[in-house]
Design a protein around this ligand. Structure first.
Ligand code: AOF
Ligand code: ZN
Length: 381
């Protein structure tokens, strides 16, 4: 049985992992805390970016840099230590070599190539226990775990609307439906995503910039530990515009150099006015729908290392994603305002009758300034 001290260390490890959200794809976020036999913290680490040291190795290095002897200590880690030589060596062996006596992890490694760490540790005589705070660790790694299971990026559809579900007024104006608190929260979602996706209608209506402003990932915990200065500043999500007819104008804000941008167009689109822009040609959606094929878009993004997508609109594109069963989480920001006319937050999602409504389970309701934020997960498959 894991001790209360180990549970506290696991909570800390999950918090460390969360700080790297948006920075590690295609790899998971992982946190690790090393304890001495009395439960004192000897070192902490997290995986900061793909290709960099794994959390366990960083925690061992931190302990050693602080002059601590970790022999006989316990490693508390959010993911089963890896057992493979990939971009770095196997963490199972690093822990054995360091003389760690016990390893407590939250969730088993679901990948075919890195799995087996727990068995290797046990075979070397290390006491090993899995499952501690598994729900918390799976939640922080929801995007990565989903992408491993489905072989496509995890997709969050985010929208802002009035209480009567409208995302713009009848004259098309839509700026500042929700409060500054909600907009700041959206920036956090963007920072945690690998790609932000919008349709060409949203681009025409709003000319959005889609880059992350203000606090970036890896900052903002205010611990005053002086580490990580400037870290995360380079982690901007890929901005993706779904633009079947290549209607984006060369001066659009989304094409500036604040973050990388990909324009997804139809196979026959004329892109002569977009020299130097990263353009991908995709097949059209089937089944009489307009726009591009959503699975093809997600496959393209997955191939570029994207494991989490924030779908920001507009209504037609969201409808296409939902019709393709390609939305894994819905986050709605609802402003206490009524419009009574104007476009709905969601367009045609292929639902013709109430029996086919896309049902969701609400997992969180929060108040952000005057607004409500509702987080929900699709339950119909
Ligand atoms: C990480 N960070 O802290 C741990 C991981 O590409 P590689 O060689 O770095 O290996 C990535 C795999 O290693 C990853 O998919 C996961 O299964 C395992 N553990 N990965 O990126 C870490 N502990
Ligand atoms: Zn590892």
């Amino acid at each position: 049985m894991a001790t209360a001290t180990e549970a506290d260390a696991m909570r800390r490890a999950v918090a460390l992992a969360a700080r790297a959200l948006g920075a590690t794809s295609p790899n998971p976020v992982v946190g690790c805390v090393i304890l001495d036999p009395q439960g004192a913290v000897l070192g902490e680490g997290r995986h900061r970016r793909a290709g960099g040291p794994h959390a366990e190795v960083e925690a061992l290095a931190a302990a050693s840099a602080a002059g601590h002897d970790v022999r006989g200590g316990t490693a508390v880690v959010t993911l089963e230590p890896c057992n493979h030589t990939g971009r770095t060596g196997p963490c199972s062996q690093a822990l054995i070599d360091a003389g760690i006596g016990r390893v407590v992890f939250a969730i088993a490694d679901p990948t075919g190539n890195a799995t087996g760490g727990a068995a290797a540790l046990r075979a070397a005589g290390v006491s090993t226990e899995g499952g501690l705070l598994a729900h918390e660790a799976a939640t922080v790694n929801m995007a990565w775990l989903t992408s491993v299971r489905l072989g496509r990026p995890f997709v969050t559809w985010k929208y802002a609307a009035t209480l009567d579900g409208r995302s713009a007024a009848a004259d098309g104006t839509s700026r500042w439906i929700t409060s500054a608190a909600s907009r700041a929260d959206v920036h956090r979602l963007r920072a945690e995503a690998d790609a932000v996706v919008v349709g060409s209608g949203t681009l025409r209506a709003d000319d959005p910039h889609l880059a992350v402003r203000g606090q970036l990932v890896e900052e903002g915990e205010g611990e005053g530990e002086g580490e990580g200065e400037g870290e995360g500043a380079a982690v901007q999500p890929l901005r993706v515009v779904v633009d079947t007819h290549a209607s984006v104008k060369p001066g659009a804000r989304v094409l500036d150099d604040a973050a990388p941008t990909l324009i997804a167009v139809g196979e026959d689109a004329d892109t002569g006015h977009l020299p130097g822009v990263d353009v991908v040609r995709l097949p059209r959606a089937g089944a009489g729908r307009g726009g591009l094929d959503v699975p093809a878009l997600l496959a393209e993004l997955y191939g570029r290392g994207v494991r989490s997508v924030l779908l920001e609109g507009g209504p037609a594109l969201a409808g296409s994603f939902l019709a393709a069963k390609a939305v894994d989480r819905v986050i709605g920001y609802l402003a206490p305002a009524l419009l009574g006319a104007g476009p709905a937050a969601l367009g045609d999602a292929g639902v013709g009758t109430i029996a086919r409504a896309l049902r969701l389970e609400v997992t969180d309701v929060a108040r952000l300034g005057p607004d409500l934020r509702i987080t929900a997960f699709p339950t119909t498959s």
